[in-house]
Write a protein that binds this ligand. Structure first.
Ligand code: NAD
Length: 431
């Protein structure tokens, strides 16, 4: 099927490449010419495992191309909308200007019988408004939220754990069934519903995940004042199948281009709907999450004798999670910037996140080599659990550092091994 993907960022580029892999004829449209040039050459404009291979294969096959010219998407039967919906700069609500811009650009090329399928995460009620705006073209509108995880985006797109469509017409669901035929034939559950439910499914999923993380981080706060160990607690409650162990890792909390802005946008939308109290807990979820960053700063000050001023601190990790170069709302980068703001001599390192971090925080010192970064540091702060930091040798790290001190912001290291190597080791919520 001829398909277009409007917006080729973390979501759209993977979606476009995956659709080509499934045999569709795909044109990806983005307003950023640098991104389009890279994608057209089969190169990923960001770090995502497996994406370069998928892009190269798609571009070589002739089934995948990228352009800044939306007119080239005119013959597509389904237009996937994958533009960003960041937080507004002056409030918690979602900034829908990219969605509106994409719809304005699409309108002149939409034809009767074609379908716009929204994948961006939007406040509930947005899809119905967009459907009205394109009604006169004869094209339909569906909402098809995306659940991919950065770092696993290729697998999540090719073999999703569920597919959700919000539709107003059964024919639109049939068209999407054609797009997702391979996954559906493999038994992927498909839920067909109305537009507001489809929008809310995504918002609710992210709200739930954020709540689960903040729940265990709240337990970490209690553990810290009682001498309890949050990791053991998580293991113990996680054995209950109703609770489950996943997303129960206490640490510096969540970040990235989705969870923080999505829970804030949800709370803001609930207020508009007169139901602020229904999701008022999300304000607490956000507050708990941000407090974990402060906890790391407080620990650093305490471990360094009351001040971090002019102390060399190595920050291990900058991205919001491993296997991504995404530093949007990253707690790791925020902690590095806060320590620098307090006068510490921060040296930050990350396998893939330095370039994106430097453009946001040029004041920080960045070193690519982990040994160089560790050398002479009086404190190490592990804030993104990349494999190379999880497997650091404690004794060797102690030799490189001026003083062996470690804040394990992800509870990713073996406490006993690091203590045995002479480290003043602190995890979060750990006895
Ligand atoms: P992103 O910022 O990486 O990508 C958005 C892209 O849209 C950019 O490349 C931008 O240049 C492009 N764009 C903006 N206006 C355009 C227009 N008018 N025409 C064409 N292109 C345009 O964002 P992202 O992380 O890919 O997220 C996109 C949406 O998907 C958001 O709503 C996000 O919440 C949602 N989402 C993201 C993920 C994720 O893991 N990143 C997962 C699920 C859902």
């Amino acid at each position: 099927m001829k398909i277009s993907v409007i917006g080729c960022g973390y979501l759209g580029a993977v979606h476009a490449a995956a659709m080509a892999k499934l045999g569709h004829d795909v044109v990806g449209v983005d307003t950023d010419p640098v991104k389009v040039a890279k994608l057209s050459a089969g190169e990923a404009p960001f770090h995502e495992p497996g994406l370069p291979e998928l892009l190269t294969e798609g571009v070589r096959s002739g089934r995948l191309r990228f352009t800044t010219d939306i007119a080239q998407a005119g013959d597509a039967r389904v237009h996937f909308l994958a533009v960003g919906t960041p937080q507004l700069s002056d409030s918690d609500g979602a900034d829908l200007r990219f969605v509106d811009g994409a719809i304005d650009a699409l309108r002149p090329i939409l034809t009767p019988g074609s379908l716009v399928a929204g994948k961006s995460t939007v406040p509930v009620g947005t899809a119905a408004t967009l459907a009205e705006r394109i009604a006169e073209t004869g094209a339909g509108l569906a909402w098809n939220p995306e659940f991919l995880r950065e770092g696993f985006a290729v697998a999540d797109t090719l073999t999703p754990d569920r597919i959700v469509y919000g539709v107003t017409d059964a024919a639109h669901a049939e068209l999407l069934d054609e797009v997702y035929r391979v996954a559906l034939d493999a038994g992927t559950p498909r839920i067909t519903t109305d537009l507001p439910t489809a929008e809310l499914v995504k918002t609710a999923a992210n709200a739930f995940l954020a709540t689960k993380i903040s729940f265990i981080n709240a337990m970490a706060e209690i553990a810290e004042v009682t001498g309890a160990d949050v990791t053991t607690l998580a293991d113990a409650i996680g054995h209950d199948a109703r609770i489950g162990r996943r997303f129960l890792n206490a640490g510096i909390g969540f970040g990235g281009g989705c969870l923080p802005k999505d829970i804030r946008a949800f709370a803001a939308r609930a207020e508009e709907l007169g139901r602020a109290e229904s999701v008022a807990f999300l304000r607490q979820v956000d507050a708990i999450n941000l407090r974990r960053r402060e906890r790391v700063i407080d620990l650093a000050v305490e471990m360094l004798g009351g001040s971090v001023f002019q102390k060399r601190i190595v920050v291990l990790g900058l991205t919001f999670k491993p296997d991504s170069d995404d530093v949007r709302d990253s707690p790791a980068l925020d902690i590095a910037a806060q320590l620098h703001g307090l006068g510490a001599e921060v040296v930050a390192t990350d396998p893939y996140g330095i370039e994106n971090s430097r453009s946001r925080h040029p004041q920080l010192d960045y070193l690519e080599d982990v040994d160089d970064a560790l050398r002479g540091a009086e404190l190490a702060v592990l804030v993104t659990e990349w494999g190379e930091y999880r497997t650091l040798d404690a004794a060797r790290t102690a030799e490189l550092m001026a003083v062996p001190r470690m804040i394990d912001g992800r509870n990713a290291l073996d406490t006993q091994a690091w203590k045995a190597a002479g480290f003043d080791y602190r995890g979060l919520g750990r006895s």
